[in-house]
Design a protein around this ligand. Structure first.
Ligand SMILES: *Cc1c(COP(=O)(O)O)cnc(C)c1O
Length: 406
């Protein structure tokens, strides 16, 4: 058994676990630690930092960037460069890495969805671009989506003023296509939930000449997913920059057909009278997003995976040793496809809700963020942690579970 004090001591005495691999979180953390040695900004602000055992959540500030990415961000901040020329050049690099016609850096997957839709509506027509979302006259204004694919993030599509035409079956989808159909919209993680699955969906778009967009924001790893949807025939694909790609949290990718990327950029900064004007990315995000993708591509995924699995196994062993606690160790097929642990407790033995237990861990010492699953369970991933923190999480989780037991 590891006591908390031992575990806390261990974190400071584990400078390198498994060497410094490409994109190692630890090196990023070391860089952060180095800057902390000058001033501790979070402390000055009165904020407590925490161990992220939850995953890539916007409210938890996403991910930690590897050293390569932080270096690129800092590099970019030191000199001026033209914004359009930079998007051209980085877009070219990203498109080459993924194997698609064209790409751009956006301020996230949600803005990629808005800009991609806007581009489809307006092309490079200045008058149209100035009118959306208030006046869509002369533009196609319907976007078809399967019912199970409509999620909170669909708002990013609706931002353009389009009507979502919600369908359930393949037949309804095809029947819904008409002269006003601007786009077919797909939520990647919902693939299995709709009657029309990814490749078929993209091919329907091709057959009827309607551009299709796949929102795959959280769907790396594996690496192959970056090119898979383009190969299936989707015209536009979006990914979050600050989730599995571990780039800046306020960045993302939109890529696919060249004319559509040009049109999306037409709706984005530096252009002013545009729907995307508030979705700015500057040189720092653009350069570091490129390097984040490069670092991700070069990462030894098998090695990372083994580390994540070992971390999850360790935490599972600690949690499962508490009487009345059951665990499930698994990998979601799509969206956050990484080793994952559900920790569930017997309601009769533990008079505490999932939300309350989440607060206990977050407010405890050290502070640990976990995701909530259900009334009597929490959910843990380790891929956003710094190597070594799993020891602390395992010990603290066990201690908190024991304490929560009636
Ligand atoms: C996270 C997420 C988004 C939004 O991504 P941002 O990069 O935060 O804008 C959109 N769609 C899905 C499915 C997501 O998981």
């Amino acid at each position: 058994m590891i006591s908390r004090r031992t575990a806390l001591k261990q974190i400071s005495s584990i400078p390198v676990v498994g060497g410094v691999a490409a994109g190692s979180l630890l090196t990023g953390q070391e860089a952060a630690a180095a800057s902390h040695s000058q001033r501790d900004y979070y402390k000055e602000l009165g904020l407590r930092t925490f161990i992220n055992a939850a995953g890539t959540f916007t409210s938890l500030t996403g991910c930690l960037m590897p050293k390569e990415v932080i270096d690129a961000y800092t590099y970019a901040s030191n000199e001026y460069v033209g914004l359009n020329e930079l998007q051209d050049a980085v877009g070219k690099k990203i498109a080459e890495m993924i194997g698609c016609e064209s790409a751009m850096v956006t301020s996230g997957a949600a803005s990629a969805m808005t800009l991609g839709t806007a581009g489809i509506l307006t092309g490079t027509d200045d008058d149209k671009a100035k009118r959306i979302p208030n006046d869509l006259s002369g533009m196609k204004d319907e976007v078809i989506v399967q019912e199970s694919h409509v999620i909170g993030y669909s708002h990013a599509i609706k931002n353009c003023g389009v009507k979502l035409i919600v369908v359930k079956t393949r037949k309804e989808l095809i029947d819904a296509i008409n002269d006003k159909t601007a786009m077919l919209y797909f939520t990647n993680y919902a693939n299995k939930l709709g009657e029309v699955q990814d490749k078929d969906f993209a091919q329907i778009g091709r057959k009827y000449g309607i551009p299709s967009l796949n929102d795959a924001a959280a769907d790396t790893p594996p690496k192959k997913r970056l090119s898979m949807y383009i190969d299936m025939g989707f015209d536009l694909v979006t990914f979050s920059g600050g989730k599995g790609l571990r780039g800046p949290q306020s960045a993302g990718l939109l890529y696919g057909r060249k004319d559509l990327i040009e049109a999306a950029r037409f709706n984005a900064p530096p252009n002013g009278d545009r729907i995307g004007r508030g979705m700015k990315v500057n040189k720092e995000e653009i350069v570091s997003m490129w390097i984040a993708l490069e670092t991700f591509m070069e990462m030894d995924m098998d090695k990372e995976w083994r580390r994540w699995q070992k971390q999850i196994d360790l935490i599972e062993t600690a949690a499962a040793s508490v009487n009345g606690v059951s665990t499930k160790n698994y990998v979601p097929e799509i969206a956050n496809h990484v080793p994952t642990l559900d920790v569930t407790w017997d309601k009769n033995k533990f008079p505490i809700s999932g939300a309350e237990f989440q607060s206990v861990l977050r407010e405890g010492s050290p502070s640990i963020a976990v995701a909530r699953l259900a009334e009597n369970s929490i959910n843990i991933t380790t891929w956003m942690m710094v190597a070594g923190q799993e020891e602390i999480v395992a010990a603290r989780l066990k201690e908190a579970l024991q304490k929560a037991r009636a």
